[in-house]
Write a protein that binds this ligand. Structure first.
Ligand code: PLP
Length: 263
């Protein structure tokens, strides 16, 4: 148990290669989530931990399943689909796509994913809705917001979010749960925190405007390096990979736009 307000270094987490090791890391992240909640008087039950399994092999995903994971986040649709199709025996394992989606890949997401966290265009909303209808499915979605103002980041500018959310009732197969963001990648915690505060304030504004009857109460924000700060500012979903599975060997530039300042 820790009450350190400085997050652990995700790049220092060794690869977890047994159900016990993954379970140990899950417990440690849950402990930190609970401690962050206590610091600000929140109920840990309000925060969902979404383990992120990008680059993690099918073999280690089976171990995560044995350790109790029933929901996994993946940044790339092709990688998620390959794993989904390779693990038919884990039929109650749900997949959340947390990375940018091209319209032509919407059909894959509609087929197998339970959640999509990076919605930032109406073209994608339209393509998903149409495909979901054909599949007889629905999809939980978060609207991705660019809270850092970096040109390289995907997501809507905060000022564009209210009008965007107002259009979403036109896509009845999408169940809108909230807003998602990647904060600034920086070791300056207060600049990172400012991104999360911006998200919380944006949610308040949407609430006041009761935009189109759509509820955007959820805030998916925080990853291995910054989830505790995100929780202090109101995160309801944290997306944590490296602190559960171990440091990734693939550079982050494989998953984020190339001019990401951290890469
Ligand atoms: C990889 C990823 C995460 C998790 O990052 P970690 O450093 O592994 O915790 C969170 N969100 C998105 C969108 C990601 O692609």
């Amino acid at each position: 148990m820790t009450d350190a307000s400085v997050p652990s270094d995700p790049h220092a987490t060794p690869a977890a290669a047994s159900p016990e090791a993954i379970g140990h890391n899950l417990d440690s992240v849950r402990g930190r989530i609970a401690a962050a909640c206590r610091r600000v008087g929140r109920d840990p039950g309000e925060v969902r931990l979404l383990p992120v399994s990008k680059t993690v092999s099918e073999e280690r995903i089976r171990m995560a399943y044995a350790a109790g994971c029933r929901y996994l986040g993946e940044n790339k649709v092709q990688e998620a689909l390959r794993k989904h199709d390779a693990l038919p025996e884990l039929d109650d394992l749900k997949w959340s796509i947390i990375g940018h989606l091209q319209t032509n890949k919407a059909k894959h997401v509609a087929r197998f994913a339970s959640e999509f966290q990076a919605l930032d265009s109406l073209r994608v909303a339209e393509a998903l809705d149409r495909r979901l209808e054909a599949e007889g499915r629905t999809l939980d979605v978060f609207v991705q917001v660019n809270s850092s103002g970096e040109a390289s980041k995907f997501g809507l500018a905060p000022a564009d979010v209210p009008d965007f959310v107002r259009e979403l009732p036109n896509y009845p197969r999408l169940r809108v749960l909230g807003l998602m963001t990647l904060a600034l990648f920086s070791s300056d915690t207060e600049r990172v925190r400012a991104c999360f505060v911006r998200m919380r304030e944006l949610r308040e504004r949407l609430r006041d405007a009761a935009v189109g009857g759509v509820s955007v109460e959820g805030l998916s924000m925080g990853m291995s390096g910054d989830y505790e700060v995100a929780i202090e500012e109101g995160a309801t979903v944290v997306r944590v990979g490296q602190s559960i599975f171990g440091a990734r060997s693939l550079p982050d530039s494989y998953y984020w736009p190339a001019d990401d300042p951290r890469t």
